[in-house]
Every structure is written in C-alpha cells, then in structure tokens.
Design a protein around this ligand. Structure first.
Ligand code: HEM
Length: 200
C-alpha cells in the first residue's frame, strides 16, 4: 500500500527503493520481532540498541533538515520513555552505549537519505506494534510507544517527508548522494545491532 498511490513515484523514491530493498529484506529477516526467542528481556535489549543508534543519528540530522521540523520527528524521547517503562532508570539510559560510526551526514541530501530509512521504519512499526501487543502484551503505555511513534500522524508525516524529498532532490547528480546515505544508514544500523548482539 504505497502511501503515494495514485501519483507517479518520484524518481528519487524509486531509486531509494531499488537501492535499499535487499538491505531492508535482510534486516527484517534478522530482527527478532517474530522469533520464538523474543521475550520481554530480549525486547528491552533490542530497544536499548535502537536507542544507541537513534540518539546520535538524530543529533547529526537535526542541523541539516530544519525544513522537516526535526523536533516533531524526534524518536529518541519516545525511546527513553519506553526504556523507563521497561524498568531502566534515567542514569542507566544516559549510560547506554551509543553507536560511534553513524552514517556521515554532511549536507541536506545525505540527511534525506538517512531520514528515508528511519522515517520509512515508522511504516513497518505499524505491523510490529500489533505483533508486540499480541505476543508480549507490550503497548504504547508499557514500552511499545516507539513502534507507533507518530500514532495517527504516521501516514501524513510519511507523505510530507516524501513531498519534501521529491521537491528537494530533482537533479540526477543528487541521487547518488541520497541513495548512498540510505544504504549507509541501513548498513550501519545492521552492523550496530549485530555488535549489540540483538539480531538473529
Ligand atoms: C521486522 C521488522 C520490519 C518489518 C516487519 C517491516 C515492514 C515494513 C512494511 C510492511 C513496510 C511497507 C509499509 C507500507 O508500504 O505501507 C515497510 C517499509 C519500510 N521500512 Fe520496514 N519493516 C521492518 C523493519 C524496518 C527497519 C528496521 C527499517 C530501517 C531502520 C525499515 C525501513 C523501512 C523503509 C525505509 C520503508 C519504506 C519503503 C518505501 O515505501 O519506500 N524497516 N517496512
């Protein structure tokens, strides 16, 4: 159900999908959300690892995507709330390891490539939210708010991101930078999650 259904897919979106589809499939297969091994403790470790990637990446992005209201799209505060709901004290959260090799964000184009990945993940979050509620009884009030971080605004925020992306990335020369940043974001995230030992 592509949210831009009815319109032609902008060239940059087509390039991003083509460039990252395999990486998405691989990461999806290695994430434990649907694994029999997943229990509350594993889920909590997974969220700790998500925090360790999103916190530095969001910081790096903020300076380059002012037009997209990064404060509105910040996911780190929600991750902190979830981790507290799962029993971590604020001092424990502040001391969590953070990824030091986040994707290199040095211009709006590379920021947009990285944002494609973390904004797109809110779509998959809709599936994961239902799965975690069924399997672990985790919902927005007890550790699962991140999976539905935008709530009712998920569709509108995704569409507004796509609109901005299409208006900002019009030259074919930009494509390479945007797609490389998206690939780098998927790869760094997978490497980080792997190093935190939360992947299958
Ligand atoms: C088990 C975990 C995951 C599942 C089940 C999943 C599932 C999905 C689904 C169903 C969509 C399509 C939604 C739609 O078209 O309405 C989607 C889109 C997307 N997901 Fe995931 N996802 C998962 C993890 C991730 C992660 C970890 C990331 C990145 C950090 C990610 C990035 C994306 C992106 C960028 C899109 C947008 C693709 C596009 O429309 O261009 N996903 N995911």
């Amino acid at each position: 159900m592509p949210p831009e259904a009815g319109n032609a897919v902008p060239a940059i979106l087509a390039a991003l999908r083509l460039g990252t589809a395999d990486l998405h499939r691989r990461l999806e297969a290695r994430l434990p959300f649907f694994s029999a091994q997943l229990d509350r403790d594993y889920y909590r470790r997974l969220l700790m690892a998500y925090y360790g990637f999103h916190a530095p990446l969001e910081q790096a992005l903020a300076a380059h995507v002012g037009a997209l209201d990064p404060a509105r799209r910040a996911k780190t505060p929600t991750l902190i709330r979830d981790l507290q709901a799962l029993g971590l004290a604020p001092a424990q959260i502040a001391a969590l390891p953070r990824c030091e090799v986040i994707p290199l964000i040095r211009c709006e184009d590379s920021a947009l490539g990285a944002m494609y990945v973390i904004e797109g993940a809110t779509l998959g979050g809709q599936v994961l939210k239902r799965a975690m509620a069924e399997r672990l009884h985790i919902d927005a009030g007890n550790g699962g708010a991140f999976l539905d971080v935008y709530g009712q605004a998920t569709g509108p925020l995704w569409r507004s991101f796509l609109g901005f992306l299409a208006s900002a990335v019009t030259r074919p020369q930009q494509h390479e930078v945007v797609v490389a940043a998206a690939i780098d974001t998927f790869s760094s995230f997978e490497r980080w999650l792997d190093a935190q030992e939360v992947l299958l």
